[in-house]
Design a protein around this ligand. Structure first.
Ligand code: F6P
Length: 367
């Protein structure tokens, strides 16, 4: 039997388990491959003995409906920039991918399927360049990978955010308030944009379109002038005012290189409350945070994730390595991982959904 190792890296995302099950089921049918999982991204390789598990029918039964990942995950200790403490206490970052590629081969694996976002796919590419047979599967609720039209988890996150938005609308209406809801997405505004259109927000603030506070206040005033109104705002965690910066803090651990975004809705609330032209109404803010990543994947994400898992196995069986599975023009296909990580998928100002949003009265704080 040939052996595939599967790992899930980066932040978790609804649909990861459906990918794992898709790979397992397709491999089992082939009768030539067995599938193993590496625990906690590739960190399981550092344990002694390595923390890897053989996947069985029993282990994967019914997992496609569950959120999270049975293999656990981690967004720390990036092997491309692994922090090693030096004798003088300083941290030196080293590239561990040559060592990891060798370790995976030494453990008898013929291929690795690495499920993860842009950071994980950069690791996939480095492992591939170090001679490992690698297939990437894109994952992120942010939908920020350019080489695929959609990533699984995104639809679920938008549904969760929309459900929450709907709840905030009824309470905003009762109190004649301005409600600000902050959603995830890092540097991309896809979750915010989709939620704003689905929920019918008055204002939507995206990282890609820095906002002008005066214009937001003007829009709020207009709503309240027409009677005892209310306003619902969706703001992406990476949004910023014109000439300003994002709201966040460096992670507490030096093993996590990402700035932890969060709190821009509170900054906006404060700025609105202080603005001299702001109507005398109450403003409240809600951060959805990791709620958007948890729970049961929506049906569409289960289907997309299962299809991506099956495709990942097929690429392995075809010896077609160095590829990332992608969903393009309604087809499950593949692209070189190198291409997939070259560009980020930002919301462009002329995207059709920005147009739809503007046409239905959503303001972006830029005009
Ligand atoms: O990339 C997915 C994501 O959920 C982002 O939307 C968010 O900024 C980040 O991960 C949060 O990371 P963490 O799980 O480290 O808090």
């Amino acid at each position: 039997m040939k052996k595939i190792l599967v790992s899930t890296g980066g932040g978790d995302c609804p649909g990861l388990n459906a990918v794992i099950r898709g790979i397992f089921k397709a491999a089992k049918k082939s009768k030539e491959w067995e599938v193993w999982g590496c625990m906690e991204a590739l960190n399981g390789l550092d344990a002694d003995p390595p923390d890897i598990v053989k996947l069985t029918k029993k282990r994967v039964a019914g997992i496609h409906v569950k959120g999270g990942t049975i293999l656990k995950t981690s967004n720390t200790a990036n092997p491309l920039s692994y922090p090693v403490e030096q004798p003088d206490g300083t941290i030196k970052r080293v590239n561990r991918t040559p060592e990891l590629a060798q370790k995976i081969k030494d453990l008898g694996f013929d291929a690795l399927v690495n499920i993860g976002g842009d950071g994980s796919q950069a690791i996939s590419q480095a492992l591939y360049e170090n001679g490992l047979n690698v297939i990437g599967v894109p994952k992120t609720i942010d939908n920020d990978l350019s080489a695929t039209d959609l990533t699984f988890g995104f639809t679920t996150a938008v549904q969760i955010a929309t459900d929450c938005f709907d709840k905030l609308v009824t309470t905003a209406e009762s109190h004649h308030r301005v409600m600000i809801m902050e959603v995830m997405g890092r540097d991309a505004g896809w979750i915010a944009l989709h939620t704003a259109v689905a929920g019918g927000a008055e204002i939507c603030l995206l990282p890609e379109i820095p906002y002008d506070l005066d214009l937001i206040v003007k829009r709020i005033k207009r709503r309240f002038r027409k009677g005892r109104g209310f306003v619902n705002i969706v703001i992406a965690e990476g949004a910023k005012p014109i000439g300003g910066t994002v709201t966040g803090r460096a992670a507490a651990s030096n093993k996590d290189e990402h700035i932890k975004l969060g709190g821009v809705c509170n900054a906006l609330r404060y700025d609105l409350e202080q603005h001299p032209d702001m109507p005398k109404v109450q403003v409240r803010s809600t951060i959805l945070g990791h709620i958007q990543r948890g729970g049961t994947p929506a049906a569409f994400d289960r289907i997309l994730a299962t299809a991506m898992g099956v495709k990942a196995f097929e690429l392995v069986a075809e010896n077609n390595f160095g590829k990332m599975v992608s969903f393009t023009n309604n087809e499950i296909t593949s692209v070189p991982i190198k291409e997939a990580i070259a560009e980020y998928n930002f919301v462009s100002k002329d995207h059709y959904l920005v147009h739809v949003a503007r046409a239905t009265g959503v303001a972006f704080g830029d005009q």
